[in-house]
Design a binder for this molecule. Structure first.
Ligand SMILES: Cc1cc2nc3c(=O)[nH]c(=O)nc-3n(C[C@H](O)[C@H](O)[C@H](O)COP(=O)(O)OP(=O)(O)OC[C@H]3O[C@@H](n4cnc5c(N)ncnc54)[C@H](O)[C@@H]3O)c2cc1C
Length: 307
């Protein structure tokens, strides 16, 4: 978020920008993200944003900055098992069409033709968004940072903001005082891009941001023999009903991501520790097991592989 914002502000001509990072860029949530992005969204605002970003990742950003972003344009399917889910896909289709996306409703046979390994029992239709893909989130962040720096943005790593307050020394001038570990910055605008830390940073200036941190698991399998000779990457599958998440290739391995529908887990409810960086939480297989088992039922070629 921080690098993306700095990059885009600079492109809008706002080059007098300082980005503070308490550790290293990407060391919050971003380094570990699975990096998927899809046109299959039923929101006009988000849809426009997603379409712009796919274009940026698939082309312009790498060319502009010289930093590889590792775009995998494999496309994706969102599956439906019930008429209610089909209604939602039709709504998403109408939004996508209105926005000019490459998007279509397909039947089970069309999914099987592009993804022969997925068990489609019970599937009655799917939304196909062929221009989707996934990206290396760390590379994208570094590319945005490079682009921002090229336009004059000042990025300070290992420099934590420790307080943000209105500048009361000049009455009502709208400025802010940002205290950092290495000095104070007076500025006209502050953007809180602290990710999971955003709530406690908001409290400095009296804001109560209604957010909490959730853990999210994805699993990467051992190399999949059936993938060894594939000449193209399989589309990402989004299967809300059975997997409650996504399944895709990760190089020649399988990747299964689960948003568990029962007992979701919050962490750091009171306070995110400032010293945390590149944090990984202990796996909790029991919590996600119902969906993990169903994932292996849906992708039987993963069933005998280690994680
Ligand atoms: C396992 C997993 C898989 C995911 N998969 C996907 C996916 O496929 N697609 C998708 O779109 N999203 C995915 N996400 C979500 C995505 O990772 C996050 O939405 C995104 O990375 C958030 O970015 P951010 O910049 O807001 O936060 P962060 O990446 O956490 O960045 C916040 C930064 O602020 C810094 N910071 C905090 N406080 C201060 C301070 N006081 N001073 C200075 N610096 C500070 C932190 O060090 C950190 O680097 C996934 C997330 C996880 C955990």
């Amino acid at each position: 978020m921080g690098c993306g914002l700095a990059y885009h502000l600079a492109h809008e001509g706002w080059t007098d920008v300082v980005l503070l990072e308490k550790a290293e860029l990407t060391s919050g949530s971003t380094w570990h993200a699975a990096g998927q992005i899809t046109h299959s969204t039923s929101s006009f605002g988000l849809g426009k944003c997603v379409d712009y970003n796919i274009g940026l990742y698939a082309g312009g950003l790498e060319a502009e900055t010289g930093q590889v972003v590792t775009w995998h344009g494999c496309g994706s399917f969102r599956l439906a098992y019930t008429e209610d889910e089909m209604d939602w896909l039709r709504h998403t289709l109408s939004v996508g069409r209105a926005l000019g996306f490459n998007i279509e409703l397909v039947d089970r046979e069309q999914v099987a033709a592009l993804h022969p390994f997925y068990n489609l029992d019970g599937v009655i239709g799917a939304l196909h968004t062929p221009d989707d893909g996934h990206v290396d989130p760390s590379n994208v962040t570094m590319a945005m940072a490079t682009g921002a720096r090229q336009l004059g943005v000042n990025i300070q790593r290992r420099c934590r903001a420790i307080n943000i307050t209105p500048n009361n020394s000049q009455s009502n001038n709208g400025e802010w005082v940002v205290e950092t570990e290495r000095g104070t910055i007076i500025c006209e605008h502050v953007v809180n891009a602290g990710g999971t830390y955003a709530r406690q940073m908001g409290e400095w200036s009296g804001l109560q941001l209604p957010m909490t941190s959730m853990t999210h698991h994805y699993f990467v399998t051992e190399p999949v023999p059936e993938f060894a000779d594939l000449e193209r990457e399989l589309p990402v599958i989004r299967d809300d009903q059975k997997v409650s998440g996504y399944i895709r290739m990760e190089q020649k391995r399988g990747l299964i991501g689960i948003y568990e529908k029962a007992n979701p887990n919050t962490v750091w409810e009171d306070h995110c520790p400032w010293e945390a960086e590149n944090e990984l939480f202990d796996p909790d297989y029991d919590r996600v097991m119902p969906w993990l088992e169903e994932s292996l039922n849906r992708m039987p070629i993963f069933a005998d592989l280690g994680i």
